[in-house]
Ligand binder design. Structure first.
Ligand SMILES: [Zn+2]
Length: 155
């Protein structure tokens, strides 16, 4: 991020400084207090936001929510899929979710407890993934079935 942006509040081209900001976020009806480093205008102290940075902060707030509720963190979800060497598309099919829906969870969305439990079962025991795959086999081409099967068997 450039640190000579023009502040939209006081309209001056001032250097930005880093400041700790504590905000309450409402996540699923629950107040989550979160402190993060943000750029503020050194002239008027106004917070300078950027969509990228806001996304990043929101992801971290979501992870905080997941920690509090014992839900899998985004990185943990990604690592479960990678452990089995599955593509996003294949893994979502096995879970019975659309690609778009599953992709949201690897992008930070909060999994509901049922999906979280399913992912935990898959994480803890490859046999559970194998059972799920058995039921989802018809959704895949025969060649793909072989490939996925051997990837699961390797674990
Ligand atoms: Zn300013």
């Amino acid at each position: 991020m450039k640190n000579n942006q023009i502040c939209s509040t006081c309209n001056t081209d001032k250097f930005l400084k880093i400041k700790n900001i504590t905000t309450n976020f409402n996540i699923k009806g629950e107040e989550i207090q979160f402190t993060y480093e943000a750029l503020v205008c050194s002239q008027c102290d106004e917070y300078i936001s950027s969509p990228d940075q806001n996304d990043e902060i929101l992801k971290r707030v979501y992870d905080r929510y997941k920690e509090i509720h014992g839900l899998l963190l985004t990185d943990e979800i990604i690592s479960i899929r990678k452990k089995y060497n599955l593509s996003l598309r294949d893994f979502s099919k096995i879970l019975g979710l659309s690609y778009v829906t599953y992709h949201r969870y690897e992008n930070g969305a909060i999994p509901d407890p049922a999906l979280n439990n399913l992912l935990l079962l898959i994480k803890e025991n490859p046999q559970n993934l194998d059972n799920l795959f058995e039921r989802a086999k018809l959704k895949f081409e025969p060649k793909k079935v072989q490939k996925i099967q051997s990837a699961i068997n390797e674990i």
